[in-house]
Ligand binder design. Structure first.
Ligand SMILES: [Zn+2]
Length: 103
């Protein structure tokens, strides 16, 4: 694992610790690596109105875009499930495809 990937994973884990998830109790962290080497993080932010909940992946992408980053090299996503993988939800997959194609 390169130092850059280690940093990406480390920041992803730090972001997970900031998750606001009183309803699911399922903290998720994400970190995107931009083409110019910046790392932007996100966490899930839940709401009592489920449709207003934002996943960690989308939070990271939205923060990155606001900060002027439009090219991405990698994304790390983490949760609390040990020894198992969890994939992004359909909404996040759609957003990830959009930034991959359009930005
Ligand atoms: Zn999602």
């Amino acid at each position: 694992m390169t130092d850059q990937v280690k940093e990406l994973v480390s920041k992803c884990l730090q972001a997970r610790d900031k998750a606001y998830c009183p309803y699911s109790r399922f903290p998720v962290g994400a970190a995107v690596l931009t083409a110019d080497g910046a790392i932007i993080t996100g966490c899930n932010v839940e709401n009592a109105s489920y449709g207003l909940t934002v996943c960690a992946e989308r939070t990271a992408i939205q923060r990155a875009v606001v900060e002027g980053h439009t090219q991405f090299s990698a994304i790390a996503v983490t949760c609390d499930i040990k020894d198992r993988f969890v994939g992004p939800c359909g909404a996040c997959r759609q957003v990830l495809m959009e930034v991959r194609r359009c930005l």
